[in-house]
Design a protein around this ligand. Structure first.
Ligand SMILES: [Zn+2]
Ligand SMILES: [Zn+2]
Length: 266
């Protein structure tokens, strides 16, 4: 047990249909892990959901909020009501805003899950240098669009375009990532250090250390998130994430209450 670990601001639960456990199970696991604060951040319901197997339905939403409130009432661990509100171009901002209006959220994660990066693995003949360049250019343009909507508090797994281990050349990243970071900074958003990347083909956190340095130069606050899909993953790799954040110059993290951010030491 490490009593000094920071809050875990990215957790799922069984209602998103691809994870296990209820919010209270994550809160209990957090206490065991030495983490005193978590955010529940299930995926936002979609209208006419094209992938109903990976997110809660609109009908489940009230149950979700009730389960989070039950975990809050249990005490011992501070539990925030959050949501991972996937940015998709074909979902107009009005839909996302309509869900955000349904409850008194503490924080809203913005993330991108759609694109060829999701399953395009190294060695695939489709992964030509030209395709990888275009995939990365499109991804970071969408990230800037996400920030420009002003709907979100925290950018999740900022460079997940590298998920399967296909990386863009450093020179290209130096051209296309800073404008996306400028958009995030202009929106007053934080970016999470998402530790789940260590379990993926990327084999490193989201974002990469170089991007973390660019964030620090811009004064973009950080949060820590495990992206837990079962309670045993709460705070996964957090010791390493804290060390990385300190190496980049960070001493504080963003803390949220009812979508108001303050900086606290970690
Ligand atoms: Zn996500
Ligand atoms: Zn997630």
């Amino acid at each position: 047990m490490n009593p000094s670990l920071p809050a875990d601001y990215h957790t799922h639960n069984r209602l998103c249909r691809h994870a296990g456990g209820d919010p209270i199970d994550y809160a209990r696991a957090a206490i065991e892990r030495g983490i005193s604060e978590i955010a529940c951040t299930d995926h936002i319901p979609f209208p006419n959901d094209p992938t109903p197997s990976i997110r809660m339905t609109r009908e489940d939403f009230d149950l979700y909020v009730g389960n989070v409130r039950a975990a809050q009432a249990a005490g011992g661990c501070t539990v925030l009501l959050g949501i991972e509100a996937d940015y998709q171009r074909d979902l107009v901002s009005a839909h996302i805003q309509s869900v955000l209006d349904l409850a008194d959220f503490d924080l809203v994660l913005g993330s991108l899950h759609t694109g060829p990066f999701w399953d395009l693995a190294p060695g695939d003949p489709a992964a030509t240098p030209e395709f990888v360049e275009q995939m990365n250019r499109t991804y970071y343009l969408r990230m800037a669009e996400l920030a420009d909507t002003r709907l979100y508090d925290v950018c999740s797994h900022f460079d997940i375009v590298k998920r399967t281990g296909i990386r863009a050349p450093e020179a290209l990243l130096a051209e296309i990532v800073p404008p996306a970071l400028d958009a995030v900074a202009a929106a007053g958003m934080a970016i999470e250090i998402n530790t789940s990347g260590l379990n993926h083909g990327a084999a490193e956190f989201y974002p990469a250390p170089r991007i973390l340095a660019w964030m620090h130069e811009r004064g973009i606050p950080i949060t820590f998130g495990s992206d837990s899909h079962n309670p045993g993953q709460i705070g996964q790799h957090f010791e390493q994430a804290v060390a990385l954040a300190r190496a980049a110059g960070y001493t504080h993290r963003a803390q949220y209450r009812r979508r108001k951010m303050t900086l606290v030491p970690f």
